[in-house]
Design a protein around this ligand. Sequence first.
Ligand code: GTP
Ligand code: MN
Ligand code: MN
Ligand code: MN
Ligand code: MN
Ligand code: MN
Length: 201
Amino acid sequence: MESGQLSRAEALACTGCRHACHVMLFSDTKSQLFGQIPIRHIILMQMRFDGLLGFPGGFVNPSKESLEEGLSRELLEEIGVAVPILEENHVNSCYAPPSPSSSSSSSRLILHFYMKKMEEEQILDIERAAASTAVDHGHEVLGMVRVPLYQTKNGGGLSLFLSHSFIGNARLQLVDCLLRFGLIPAKHLHKALIQAETMHK
Ligand code: GTP
Ligand code: MN
Ligand code: MN
Ligand code: MN
Ligand code: MN
Ligand code: MN
């Protein structure tokens, strides 16, 4: 197991830790951008209140709810649909990187990451619900965004998306899932990551 990673069981054994769960919801799609560029997959992320990109989800309280129940509750708040999440959707758990705002006295935060493949129509329903019925819309969440998996001729697309600012290790979670589940060819991802490095400089 990679360093800093915990199993779900090891993570839950830390009762003094705080826990947060986030999920990558996605579908396949046959649709094309401008009728010619394959979109391949619709991957949902969000623009958070603080201007950072992240995945839907949030703090859960394992003494009151299971990790997966807590994540579904957060999804209802943030995207307007209580998408059922199962243990089999768990990808990994790790300690949060120390943030400048967290004091040394505050308890450690463990981040749990999930992913769930859905039907395209369900993802479209979520996008509609997120903008119309989610209680956190316009507050904690400024809007859902899709991840562009293609590159455009002018250097836009995935590389430019990856050059934005992300909360915690959300950017790594995205890259890891794209690779792990073969959502784009590894060499395309590698190229996009290198290009992203040179942007906004
Ligand atoms: P409140 O209701 O305001 O407490 O927010 P929340 O429960 O929705 O929590 P939030 O989604 O902000 O997540 C809690 C913490 O987890 C954040 O402060 C970040 O440190 C971290 N976090 C948030 N989003 C992500 C994400 O997409 N990936 C990772 N790895 N960490 C995240
Ligand atoms: Mn136009
Ligand atoms: Mn929330
Ligand atoms: Mn949240
Ligand atoms: Mn919350
Ligand atoms: Mn909240």
